[in-house]
Design a protein around this ligand. Structure first.
Ligand SMILES: CC(C)(COP(=O)(O)OP(=O)(O)OC[C@H]1O[C@@H](n2cnc3c(N)ncnc32)[C@H](O)[C@@H]1OP(=O)(O)O)[C@@H](O)C(=O)NCCC(=O)NCCS
Length: 155
């Protein structure tokens, strides 16, 4: 079965938070924080749905008119990883960044998460810096990565 990607809705909140808590036991976003991101017109959140079940989500902050966009998260439920869902969601977020006029997209990723770093590199992200002790409460460093957004017509 292939997961379908669609814009996240407010009614997806429960499923998204369940995946969030399982994937990030130390520093999951609160339900309120996630709800406000899903409602924010400056964000673009997607879910991957398979057989009526949400199996992943991804989110981007990209205000129209801002040159820089930021990937907030790409998360796939454990049973559905390594099937291309993360890459498809991230590619769609990059399309959304381009559609909103961003010239570049940034993200932070844990320094101890090579799988996610490989995913990001596969879509054009490069490391541009380190934010020390960015992930709290553990105090794990973040790698800051950047990808240029091709102008329309270049792709
Ligand atoms: C990181 C994550 C989103 C990847 O999602 P996914 O759907 O499994 O990824 P894909 O199947 O699209 O894989 C894309 C590429 O990422 C890399 N990758 C993904 N999982 C990997 C793993 N376990 N080990 C090594 N590389 C991995 C590979 O380069 C892969 O390409 P390939 O399959 O052609 O080799 C998923 O593992 C996840 O949700 N992890 C927990 C949460 C997290 O760390 N999120 C990212 C930080 S915000």
């Amino acid at each position: 079965m292939t997961a379908e990607l669609r814009p996240a809705r407010a009614t997806d909140l429960g499923a998204v938070i369940a995946i969030e808590r399982a994937a990030y036991p130390e520093d999951a976003w609160s339900e309120d924080a996630m709800a406000s991101q899903l409602e924010n017109p400056n964000t673009r959140y997607l879910v991957a749905e398979e057989g009526g079940v949400i199996v992943g989500y991804a989110g981007l902050l990209a205000p129209v008119g801002a040159e820089t966009a930021e990937v907030h998260t790409v998360t796939v439920t454990e049973t559905h990883r390594r099937r291309g869902i993360g890459r498809r969601m991230l590619a769609e977020l990059l399309e959304a960044a381009a559609a909103r006029g961003a010239a570049e997209v940034f993200l932070e990723v844990r320094i101890d998460n090579p799988a996610a770093q490989d995913l990001y590199r596969s879509l054009g992200f490069e490391a541009v810096g380190v934010r020390r002790k960015y992930y709290q409460p553990e105090g794990v460093d973040a790698l800051v990565m950047r990808a240029p957004v091709p102008e329309r017509g270049e792709r």
